[in-house]
Design a binder for this molecule. Structure first.
Ligand code: C2E
Ligand code: MG
Ligand code: MG
Length: 265
């Protein structure tokens, strides 16, 4: 296979040398504090023992089209890993996987999802895909069709980074989604910034009025978690409960069922 750019070639080499890793970040049920799921986040270790910034290499993978292969790899491996945990701990553990625009609109999406689910013997109702507003809005009519296909197979959909994109309310009511993920930029200044308090409160009220669940991203302090819980936010993720971790470390957290309360940064 020939590739168009050196970056595409580097990414393809990294995949063939099995360099990518998946980190798992706990998703917490706010009323109980229990871990109910994980978000799979791709990592690319570098020779100097740092990680390439996902925002950079995922964007490069998206631009070059390589994200389709990388996304398949993430989905397949995360499904297999989380299925092992479901069996080992004899309980439901939800898995959330990010889908970029290129993946979402790829003609082969449903086929590769179905193959990966069947191979891992994973219950579709425990699988959620996260798409951003810009992904959903880019070619919104086609997106709605794909969302319906995903939903018709029992999987769920979350709108990621909500509030940072178009936030078109006209489309929001038409998208067959299950959950809004409040972007971390709104969570960061809770409880000090009155505007952010109002925005977060309003997003939660609106989501509930539309029958959607809410998950807050970037929860780093107890005060943020408390405010969100009081507003009725169902789920949270953030450094307060656990950073994204390699599979073996995440497994220890699951075994103890206690999210590590870590100091932010
Ligand atoms: P995202 O899907 O919104 O993921 C949440 C990001 O917030 C992650 O960044 C996570 O490490 C970070 N985060 C979690 N808790 C906290 C917190 O308490 N404070 C702060 N400041 N940050 C927190 P990460 O892992 O760097 O990923 C960045 C983005 O890259 C993701 O944003 C997602 O859009 C994309 N991405 C990562 N993995 C994949 C993948 O496998 N496929 C696709 N398509 N995109 C991916
Ligand atoms: Mg996400
Ligand atoms: Mg996000």
């Amino acid at each position: 296979m020939s590739y168009r750019t050196p970056m595409h070639q580097r990414l393809a080499n990294a995949l063939s040398y099995n360099e990518f890793r998946i980190f798992y970040q706990p998703v917490i049920d706010l009323p109980t504090g229990n871990i109910v799921g994980v978000e799979a986040l791709c990592r690319w270790p570098q020779r100097d023992s740092t990680f390439a910034a996902p925002e950079t290499f995922i964007t490069q993978a998206e631009t070059s089209g390589f994200i389709v292969q990388l996304g398949d790899w993430v989905l397949k491996n995360a499904l297999e890993q989380v299925r092992k945990w479901q069996k080992a701990f004899s309980r439901d553990i939800n898995l959330a996987v990010n889908l970029s625009a290129r993946q979402f609109l790829h003609y082969n999406l449903m086929k590769s999802i179905e193959e990966a689910i069947a191979k891992a013997n994973f219950s579709p109702k425990l699988l959620e895909f996260e798409i951003t507003e810009s992904v959903a809005m880019h070619n919104a009519e086609d997106s709605i069709g794909i969302m319906r296909q995903v939903k018709s197979r029992g999987m769920s959909l979350a709108l990621d980074d909500f509030g940072t994109g178009y936030s078109s309310l006209a489309y929001l009511k038409r998208f067959p989604i299950d959950k809004l993920k409040i972007d971390k930029t709104f969570v960061r200044d809770i409880p000090d910034d009155a505007n952010d308090l109002a925005i977060v409160n309003a997003i939660i009220a609106m989501a509930h009025a539309l029958g959607l669940a809410v998950q807050a991203e970037g929860v780093e302090t107890v005060a943020q978690a408390e405010f969100l819980r009081e507003c009725g936010c169902e789920y949270a993720q953030g450094y307060l409960f656990g950073r994204p971790l390699p599979a073996d470390e995440f497994e220890l957290m699951l075994a103890s069922q206690t999210p590590a309360i870590l100091a932010p940064n």
